[in-house]
Design a protein around this ligand. Structure first.
Ligand code: ATR
Length: 278
């Protein structure tokens, strides 16, 4: 049996097993199985060892281990290196490699929104400004893909986080970002405002900051469960376009699946239904 896991803590709510097992069945990988595993920090070394010894073929890493896993890896791909965030593990030529598919998953989602391909958007960038809320574990992946979208244009990434020192940490990785005080808005029109905070995971969570902006701004929430956070609901009621994290989640899963199996799985209606029905 080829074993795959998603590791995290807590992990109960992860929908990754349903997605990957659906694809494994669809693409007739009958010898493969994907499960969730609640782990502690002390277990990380052994998990990497199990990949090295072929006991496990592939792993997805989620909160709070995306950075903590790094010391145990042999190598990282470029995006993982830049973002210091790893969400996918796989062995290649006897080395356990950490990949970041969150950044590419978000990039794919946003380029689809603009109706462009990844290459088109980077080669011919329109000047766009983006506003990110939060500076947690996943934020570096979002900054990485937005920097790619901005390319050589004069666009800017504005970041605001409740705790300034966490925003300062992010700026060390990405010196070009512009930090703003929590509760303030960028002084320019932003194409997209992205919520990368954990606020909204509980149905009644509220950011409690003024986000009343131009109606052409898209409000994007990385959270996909619940489907409509208050961040998105309030924006919709003000007349803005909104999008939740569903497609980013599916796109990062698709890229991870491809890394392990060489198969690029289709994001079909069935797989979308898995998320919708939860
Ligand atoms: P990580 O993803 O690294 O595990 P987290 O604790 O899940 O971190 O927090 C993710 C983000 O949500 C952080 O930007 C955090 O802001 P702080 O750096 O100020 O902690 C943000 N966050 C969590 N609760 C929040 C709240 N009630 N209001 C505003 N931001 C909040």
């Amino acid at each position: 049996m080829k074993k795959y896991y998603v590791i995290g803590n807590p992990i109960e709510h992860s929908l990754s097993p349903q997605i990957h097992n659906y694809w494994m069945k669809k693409y007739q990988l009958g010898d493969s199985n994907y499960e969730k595993k609640n782990v502690e920090k002390k277990d990380l070394k052994q998990i990497v060892e199990d990949i090295r010894n072929d006991k496990i073929v592939g792993v997805n890493v989620t909160v709070p281990f995306k950075k903590l896993i790094i010391p145990y890896l042999d190598e990282m791909d470029k995006v993982a290196e830049v973002t210091q965030s790893v969400n996918t593990l796989h062995k290649v030529k006897n080395k356990v490699i950490g990949y970041n598919t969150d950044s590419l998953g978000f990039l794919k989602t946003i380029t689809n929104y603009y109706g462009l391909t990844n290459t088109q958007i980077n080669m011919n960038p329109t000047k766009r400004d983006f506003f990110i809320l939060g500076a947690g574990g996943v934020t570096s992946s979002i900054v990485d893909s937005l920097q790619y979208i901005i390319g050589k244009s004069q666009g800017m990434i504005w970041v605001s986080n409740r705790t300034k020192k966490n925003a300062d940490q992010l700026k060390k990785l990405f010196p070009k970002i512009e930090l703003i005080e929590w509760g303030k808005k960028p002084p320019v029109f932003c194409d997209i405002i992205i919520n990368t905070t954990s606020v909204g995971l509980k149905k009644n969570d509220n950011l409690n900051i003024d986000l009343n902006v131009d109606k052409r701004t898209l409000f994007y929430d990385l959270i996909y469960n619940p489907k409509e956070t208050n961040f998105l609901k309030d924006a919709r009621l003000r007349g803005n376009k909104t999008m939740n994290g569903q497609m980013m989640f599916l796109n990062q899963a698709k890229i991870a699946f491809n890394t392990w199996t060489g198969i690029s799985p289709e994001i079909d209606d069935e797989v979308i239904k898995i998320l919708d029905n939860d």
